[in-house]
Design a protein around this ligand. Sequence first.
Ligand code: GLU
Ligand code: MG
Length: 436
Amino acid sequence: MKREELILACTSDIAGKVRGKSFPAVQLEKRLNRGIGWTPTNVQITCFDNIAETPFGSFGDLVLIPDASATMRLPDEDAPDEVLMLGDIRYTDGKPWEFCTRAILRDALARLKRVSALTLNGTFEHEFQIRHEEVQPGSAFSSSGFRQWRAFGETLIAAMRANGIAPDTFLREFGPGQFEVTMDPSRDMAIADQAVILRELVHGVAARFDKGATFVPIRGPDAVGNGVHVHISLIDADGNPATHDADGKHELSLHAGQFVAGILKYLDAFTALTAPSVVSYLRLTPHRWSAAFNNLGFRDREASVRICPVSDISDLARARQFHFEFRAADAAASPYLVLAALVHAGAQGIEEGLSVPDATQQDLSLLSPQDLAASGHTRLPQSLEQALKVFAANETVAGWFPEGFTDLYVKHKQGEMAMVADLEPIEQCRRYEEVY
Ligand code: GLU
Ligand code: MG
């Protein structure tokens, strides 16, 4: 049968899901101007598709306007391409809708520019797993794992490149059926756009191989987590790298140091945004190579913020390569919200002129509560419920977001939590695995 190309105009919403409505590709010109109708209450559709308490009820009209610069296109055999176009949610008069995740990130980036004239340079490193896969023992990082998955990896890499994403590495990670994929950095909004597109490409390419991929934070209480590590560096107004200073503490420039300090100071209050599912907190525990404390580290893959190693040794190359990564995020979160939280925290750190904390060189989980407190570190929230409490109570963090956002987000997450409240952790993981 004949098929006609559809384009899905979509948003990465506060459930971290990509949702939208499609239209025939021949209408693109019209839709780029006019968008497609959208409903405020959609923001309260949780990842499990129940509608959490909503302040909007059945009222209001919005438009979702696709942005052609954020397109994902995946070819299909003897059929139209699969096309997604990320977009902005606006009021019908064109004003940005304050709860659109892209609008939230745009505000954060504008604040960073106001306080420091800095541009964000960054990339999301993702881990994911292939579901229902018989696990071949001994295949982590191995040549056999590479051989078994080469066609999948090569297809994914080609699809990334065809979508304007510069692939960096693809590897058969440690966990069963687990992979990691990295890409070169991009700037500002495009960092989050590319993260969303990458996730969609992974799902799309896996489906072409008759497989199901999942980015679930963790597949069971004893499993290996699927992390999202956000790599960040800063660019000054002249386009020069602005993260490195050979004389700065831990070689961080003044602004980069303040940025990192802001992340660490406010981390426990915004963890609910970067690790937003019930099962995210099974991952954020010590000895999982994720993050459990608000600490800075160098060679420590359990630090929330890790200063990444630099292998180029000339001064200029070092300044370009020098960056840090944030490890307390997962793919249940919309990349726009993760980045918005990090940028606001960084801008806050610059505004407050915070000083860079000492990098930790020890396992903080071995400290007594007194020694931990004396070290100036805190354990990150240990459940979504706790994370939401700290989030709702922090007025500074609430002030980063539009009026009413904190309340909306907490209600959304309460609606989500209710869906898995009576389940055992393993069953909760299974439910989340189905939706991410
Ligand atoms: N799987 C780990 C996580 O949940 C990360 C492992 C790594 O360092 O790549 O974040
Ligand atoms: Mg990894």
